[in-house]
Design a protein. Structure first.
Length: 208
């Protein structure tokens, strides 16, 4: 009976390990599936920006929407309002307090940047991807830029199961930005007006 019990335990452990291995998807595969299959989405975000010295932090929050290709909207609401809209041709940034709007062509604004993740750019063309372990209950992917010089030194993407949960960016100045997403909904129908921006009358407009 003891031998049988040990055998059953051994089989149980083996089956459990096998099941665990089957159930746990590679986060790199999750990222590739997200980029391939998720054509639209929306949710809320909290962004924490940490200075290069690791001491100073700024926290902001708001909502986001995206529709591939090349359309997204980030609406910051706290601690101050700011709007970032990509309309398929240009990326607009609007500061309501200053009444100032600036724009850049999307092909230069998104080249090899994290925004390409939502906009639908070819991430693997510009980054080398590899699994980066588990942290805070999330499965992380490390994306290292192939170009030696650029605005981004390191990009990390996290999933909770197959759901996009966070993006962490280390820029060329050593500043780290962590965006955590909640209430994410994939594959939703979004109004066309979400990705249209017209500077309000009287606003200063800077085009680059």
């Amino acid at each position: 009976m003891r031998r049988l019990a040990r055998a059953c335990v051994g089989v149980g452990v083996a089956v459990g390990c096998l099941w665990s291995g089957l159930a746990q998807a590679d986060p790199v595969d999750n990222l590739r599936a997200f980029l391939r299959d998720t054509q639209s989405g929306k949710g809320r975000f909290t962004q924490t920006v940490t200075a290069a010295d690791g001491l100073r932090q700024k926290v902001s929050s708001g909502s986001f929407e995206f529709q591939r290709p090349n359309r997204f909207r980030f609406q910051y609401s706290q601690p101050f309002e700011q709007l970032i809209v990509a309309d398929g041709v240009k990326v607009w940034i609007f500061d309501p307090e200053l009444q100032q709007a600036s724009s850049r062509r999307i092909d230069t604004a998104l080249d090899a940047t994290p925004a390409a993740l939502l906009a639908g750019g070819n991430l693997e063309r510009d980054f080398t991807l590899k699994a980066d372990g588990t942290r805070d209950g999330l499965e992380w992917v490390l994306a290292q830029p192939k170009a030696r010089e650029g605005a981004v030194r390191e990009l990390k993407v996290a999933f909770r199961g197959k759901e996009l949960a966070a993006i962490e960016i280390l820029d060329g100045f050593g500043q780290r930005s962590l965006l955590r997403f909640n209430g994410f909904q994939a594959g939703v129908a979004l109004p066309r007006e979400s990705f249209i921006f017209k500077p309000p009358p009287g606003a200063d407009v800077i085009e680059q």
